[in-house]
Ligand binder design. Structure first.
Ligand code: VGL
Ligand code: ZN
Length: 202
């Protein structure tokens, strides 16, 4: 069986200077690249929203970081970010994209956000990633990237729920909100997701 490294949303808009910058977001790039050596398959994800996306505060004339009810429930409203084809949506230019066998885009349906790389926020629409991983014989998933409290957390919870042995690499993730990050690590531990310390090769 095989191990996949899933590199979540290492995109310009989540790095310093970006539209939805995660503090220290660019610090994960080197660690993500190093951990690629430990995996049989590298998957990159890309948050990929059309303009006017339902997760954008501007779409609802609301303040960023407020919430609204969408058809599937409560949704945090974000500054416009990762608009399809924009420089902000591009992967960080020091990320080693040559190693990836799959780049999966998510959040492209106008009315549905997708934090998880596996399942959109309606919790029904799948991205196909779980089936792809099984198809290539993956039984173990390592996650790194951005952001710990949103897309990394949701992806890891869906991975472990789908039956993959799942770990999040501590040194290779950064989060948006410190309280949210603490809650995320607790939720991950409760779900049986391993927290990997140390560094690649160690
Ligand atoms: C993300 C908020 C909105 C993430 C994506 O990558 O964690 N967070 N879109
Ligand atoms: Zn997004």
């Amino acid at each position: 069986m095989a191990r996949a490294l899933i590199v979540i949303d290492v995109q310009n808009d989540f790095c310093p200077g970006g539209a939805l910058a995660v503090p220290g977001g660019d610090e994960v790039v080197a660690a993500c690249n190093r951990w690629m050596d430990e995996a049989d398959h590298v998957v990159l994800t890309q948050d990929w929203h059309p303009s006017g996306h339902a997760s954008f505060a501007s779409t609802h004339d609301q303040a960023p970081f407020s919430t609204t009810m969408l058809s599937y429930g409560e949704q945090v409203l974000w500054p416009d970010h990762c608009v399809q084809g924009s420089e902000g949506a591009a992967l960080h230019d020091r990320l080693d994209t040559d190693r990836a066998s799959l780049v999966i885009r998510k959040g492209f349906r106008p009315a549905i956000d997708s934090y998880s790389a596996f399942r959109e926020n309606d919790r029904r629409t799948t991205t196909g990633l779980g089936a792809w991983l099984r198809g290539v014989g993956v039984d173990e998933v390592l996650l790194c990237g951005l952001a710990t409290d949103y897309c990394v957390q949701y992806s890891a919870l869906d991975a472990v729920a789908a039956g993959f042995r799942t770990a999040v690499i501590d040194e290779a993730v950064r989060g948006i909100d410190p309280d949210g990050v603490a809650r995320a690590w607790q939720a991950l531990a409760d779900a049986g997701v391993e927290r990997l310390g140390g560094s690649a090769g160690g």
